[in-house]
Design a protein around this ligand. Structure first.
Ligand code: KG4
Ligand code: ZN
Length: 344
């Protein structure tokens, strides 16, 4: 049995978790900075790193207390060291290195996107069959992967402009909803007519596995503003009209994701689909993707948005394989995955 402390500070959540044997979550503590960033309608990197400094030690203490363990009971320390905001990453990486060194425990270095995909494993109920298609959808990432295992992952497509969660957040702003916008649009979409407005679906070429959401977002903006000369704002729309825009926007997102997944499944001969990241909490996607005709795994709601349990869980594979990081571990802003296909 191995007990791993995970630390996550890639963006605007300070999180720590204790996970046993890669799947049993003994504790998962997340300190959200949403209120600090809401007035700026997005994450301000400098504010995020300062908040991480204040939060990191109390969050780690809470995770240990919640798991009823002490530092001495830990077998390893895992940290999400990429990709993310450099100032934010540095806080988690420094905390993890300090603990690993003072406790003389192995340090494990985790990629945040790979950890989002691993989230489906937490709880131990899911046994995916490989090859699988991985879909990472969040505020910072929108990408498709071919997985032969959680250790053998290849990037096969990604967004060429906005991430899907970013599009949700921007459309929510256009509609006068709060930040982050994903949950608000998801809620409103349930009350609207998804066929009220036909927003564009950008599929790029006939075979492309890449995504583009900026045209869709602009199209929502033009729809809300109305024709030139009679510019309006969302405040002039009725609650039903706003719900219809939310539902129609969500329908376009779900359509695009479904089309890309069908292509990826066909190209990789996948046996299942693994979804991860903040947008995997979306009810529209959760209702539609199972219609693809093969098993589609979503994380529990608690592990969709940023958390440290996913990193502590995934780290078990590194510990088993003896992939131990050195104390010179760096924080890195980009993901470990790069597109290798021609023209990417
Ligand atoms: O994974 P995450 O916490 O952070 C990143 O790694 O980016 O994802 C946050 C994103 C935000 O853009 C938020 O609006 C979106 O996930 N989100 C949702 C939902 N819940 C969170 N988007 C659509 N529907 C939801 N229910
Ligand atoms: Zn994330």
């Amino acid at each position: 049995m191995a007990r791993i402390l995970g630390i996550e500070s890639t963006c605007d959540e300070t999180a720590a978790a204790v996970v046993e044997d890669g799947v049993r979550v003994l504790s998962s503590v997340i300190s959200s900075q949403i209120e600090l960033h809401a007035r700026y309608r997005g994450v301000v990197p400098e504010i995020a790193s300062r908040a991480h400094i204040e939060n990191i030690l109390p969050v780690i203490a809470d995770a240990l207390a919640g798991a009823h363990v002490t530092l001495a009971d830990l077998d390893a320390i895992a940290v999400t060291h990429r990709p993310g905001l450099i100032g934010s990453l540095l806080i988690g990486v420094t905390a993890a290195k300090t603990l690993a060194w003072t406790l003389t425990r192995p340090l494990l270095a985790i990629d945040h996107v790979r950890a989002h995909l691993y989230s489906v494993m937490l709880g131990g109920a899911v046994q995916p069959q490989f090859p699988a298609v991985g879909l990472a959808i969040s505020g910072g990432h929108t990408a498709l992967y071919e997985l032969r295992s959680f250790e053998d992952v290849r990037l096969i497509g990604s967004t060429i402009d906005d991430a899907i969660g970013e599009a949700y957040d921007k459309v929510a702003f256009i509609l006068g909803l709060g930040y982050p916008g994903g949950p608000a649009i998801d809620r409103l979409a349930a009350q609207g007519d998804p066929s009220a407005i036909r927003f564009p679906r950008s599929n790029l070429s006939r075979t492309s596995l890449d995504f583009s959401f900026s045209g869709l977002k602009t199209s929502v903006l033009y729809h809300v503003r109305g024709h030139k000369g009679k510019e309006r704002t969302a405040a002039q729309l009725s609650p039903q009209q706003i719900a219809d825009v939310a539902a129609s926007f969500q329908a376009a997102c779900v359509d695009v994701v479904t089309t890309k997944l069908k292509r990826a499944i066909h190209q990789t001969r996948a046996k299942c689909v693994i979804v991860g990241g903040g947008v995997s909490a979306n009810r529209g996607l959760r209702a539609d993707l199972p219609k693809l005709g093969l098993p589609v795994y979503f994380p529990d709601f608690a592990y969709c948005t940023d958390n440290a349990a996913m990193s502590a869980g995934l780290a078990m594979l590194d510990l088993k394989a003896n992939r131990i990081a050195g104390l010179d571990l760096d924080a890195i802003t980009h993901s470990e995955f790069a597109l290798t296909k021609p023209g990417a």
